[in-house]
Design a protein around this ligand. Structure first.
Ligand code: NAD
Length: 284
């Protein structure tokens, strides 16, 4: 449509995603004619999807950019012409922007978490030593954000110790300066948490269909800040328990909002209103 900016989300199982409404509401607030579509790839089509053809088709159709989610964040890279330095370091792309030079990949998951840390904690919490539980896709973005924001000792914990080890290797390679990164399964975690400034949850634990929390409540204490990336519900059992102890907390809606803020800025070329998008994440 003439003058209408069109973007889309590509992923599997995304038909209920709130991202389209989040982007379109922000576009409307800026007076931008903006349509945001979902390209939901059926589970049985994931392996034989021709991502290169999909990107070419989207570009030929005049689509400005794509958000890319599970399970395509790594696979899409082979089909891009260029990567932002952060996306290259992370080896994962959640935002693709088309221009005259081709398709460029960005990663706003890590910047979304980093900006949420900045907004929520500023410089008034200690960030030397942090334990992160969960070393999956989202955990790679949060780990990169943590070392980028000055964490010098990062303890990665995952039920699957191999995943923690693989991410630890990747974080050491990504980090610009000296950083100590360890990998444990849950047996080694209590002692790490006891000596840490902060705890990040990057497991699905706390979601409505994954109730509970990945750490034992006896590990939490008033002077251990907690950042959860689960955002449905916004106040997870982990966040609620930490707050009861008087600890500083960050909820996952901030990461979700800020990754969209940064993607919106790339797609529309104007700064989104972060407070407004954060409020919309809460309403949607
Ligand atoms: P993933 O499946 O790639 O990774 C999850 C990791 O957690 C796996 O390595 C798994 O072994 C580990 N794990 C599971 N249970 C555990 C436990 N009890 N203790 C320790 N480790 C455990 O998933 P992902 O894509 O990384 O996403 C994780 C969660 O993050 C999602 O469920 C979602 O709720 C949340 N998320 C939030 C945002 C946001 O913007 N706020 C973005 C992406 C994901």
């Amino acid at each position: 449509a003439g003058g209408t900016q069109v973007c889309a989300l590509v992923g599997q199982g995304i038909s209920q995603s709130l991202t389209p409404a989040l982007h379109e509401r922000e576009g409307a607030a800026h007076g931008i004619a903006y349509r945001y579509l979902t390209l939901d790839v059926a589970m049985d089509r994931v392996t034989d999807l021709d991502l290169g053809a999909l990107l070419d088709g989207a570009r030929a159709a005049g689509i400005r950019g794509l958000n890319v989610t599970h399970p395509f964040k790594q696979a899409v890279i082979a089909h891009l012409d260029d990567l932002s330095p952060d996306a290259a370091r992370l080896g994962a792309v959640n935002t693709v922007l088309f221009d005259e030079d081709g398709a460029r990949g960005h990663n706003t998951d890590w910047s979304g978490f980093a900006r949420n840390l900045d907004r929520g904690f500023g410089s008034d919490v200690a960030m030397d030593s942090v334990v992160q539980v969960g070393a999956g896709g989202a955990g790679a973005a949060t780990a990169y954000a943590l070392v980028t924001r000055g964490v010098s000792t990062l303890h990665l914990v995952d039920v699957d110790r191999g995943r923690a080890e693989a991410l630890a290797d990747a974080v050491r390679a990504m980090a610009n300066g000296p950083v100590t990164v360890t990998a444990d399964d849950l047996r080694g975690a209590a002692g790490r948490v006891a000596a840490a400034d902060g705890l990040v949850n990057a497991t699905p634990l706390g979601m409505a269909d994954h109730p509970g929390m990945a750490v034992d409540r006896s590990w939490l204490r008033r002077d251990l800040w907690v950042a959860d990336i689960v955002y449905r519900p916004v106040v997870t059992e982990l966040v609620r328990t930490a707050r009861q102890l008087g600890a500083r907390t960050l909820t996952g809606d901030g990461m979700a909002a800020f990754q969209a803020v940064d993607a919106f800025g790339l797609f529309c070329g104007v700064d989104a209103d972060a407070a407004r998008m954060l409020a919309h994440v809460g309403e949607l």
